[in-house]
Design a protein around this ligand. Structure first.
Ligand SMILES: Nc1ncnc2c1ncn2[C@@H]1O[C@H](COP(=O)(O)OP(=O)(O)OP(=O)(O)O)[C@@H](O)[C@H]1O
Ligand SMILES: [Mg+2]
Length: 234
């Protein structure tokens, strides 16, 4: 569950987020769409506690981000633009390292299982520096969920993935949803948004300009709404 009230983020005298109000219930899968520079990644960074908001309130699973950020970090999984992996470490070493950071049990078994889930068992012990972009993204996804987070924040997760990996990622998101995970996903991929999300939010110039539920994976409905709100007008 995520609750955001009057969130403002200013940097270098520039207003990046201009009063965001948003409420996401437990188990919801929500996509954030919007043009480049709209403030989508900034919103995710605030929720992941990477940057501090200028003002406003954020609660995750009922906990105040300002007061209980250490507890919140344990239940949040974050996939940023960059992979956060250690280049000279293998997938297994990376996942064991991050699993230990979160203090999870049976870390090696979970790491091996996850590498298998993202289809890279054959490369379990190869340093990730030799991996292709899509392979790195697969391991980065595994890293983001090693501690079975209750809230998942994904910044353009489908970027660089082939069709097989897209299916794996979507399956991961849907399986986690069944366990009650709340997912907030920034994407430029309307098709994937329509395919796996319950709800779409459109951000423009640091504000939410639309917020609607989607039914029947209606891609056309999403595209039409987006074009209406983002084209022509600035
Ligand atoms: N630390 C910062 N200092 C100053 N300006 C920043 C900072 N971080 C982001 N910005 C600006 O805030 C705006 C929003 O950036 P953000 O990365 O959130 O956009 P985005 O919606 O994720 O875009 P994209 O689709 O290109 O990833 C941009 O104009 C960016 O230049
Ligand atoms: Mg971004």
């Amino acid at each position: 569950m995520i609750e955001i009230q009057k969130l403002i983020k200013q940097a270098d005298n520039k207003l990046i987020l201009r009063g965001v109000d948003l409420s996401i219930t437990k188990g919801e899968t929500v996509a954030i769409l919007g043009p480049n520079g709209a403030g989508k990644s900034t919103l995710l960074k605030v929720l992941a506690n990477l940057i501090k908001p200028t003002s406003g309130q954020v609660k995750i699973n009922g906990m105040d981000l300002k007061k209980e950020h250490l507890k919140i970090k344990k239940i949040v999984g974050y996939l940023p633009h960059s992979s956060l992996l250690y280049d000279h470490f293998s997938p297994l070493e990376n996942l064991v390292f991050f699993g230990n950071v979160y203090g999870i049990n049976n870390v090696e078994t979970s790491a091996i299982e996850l590498v298998k889930e993202v289809g890279l068992s054959f490369f379990l012990n190869e340093p990730v520096k030799n991996f292709s972009r899509g392979m790195i993204q697969r391991i980065a996804i595994a890293r983001a969920i090693i501690h079975e987070p209750e809230v998942l924040l994904l910044d353009e997760p489908h970027t660089g993935l082939d069709q097989g990996a897209i299916a794996i990622l979507n399956n991961v998101i849907l399986t986690m949803k069944e366990k009650g995970t709340t997912t907030l996903m920034v994407t430029h991929d309307f098709k994937q948004a329509a395919e796996i999300c319950d709800r779409i939010i459109i951000v423009k110039n640091g504000k939410i300009v639309d917020d609607f539920k989607i039914k029947d994976r209606d891609l056309n409905f999403v595209s039409e709404k987006y074009q209406l709100l983002t084209e022509g007008v600035s």
